[in-house]
Design a protein. Sequence first.
Length: 61
Amino acid sequence: MVNYIKESYEELKNHVTWPTLAEAQREMVIVVVFSILFSLVIWGMDSFFEWIMALYFNFVK
């Protein structure tokens, strides 16, 4: 187990290409923007289906 942790650390330290701070910030902004857009789409679809279900149940009454 100790050997695995040492080798994992060496792999991360020497063989992984880490993004620069500017690249990481840019990608974080992209993720945040798409997360907000996706959540708005989901909220809109949920509101639409809620409206449809309310119409249906009011019609059935």
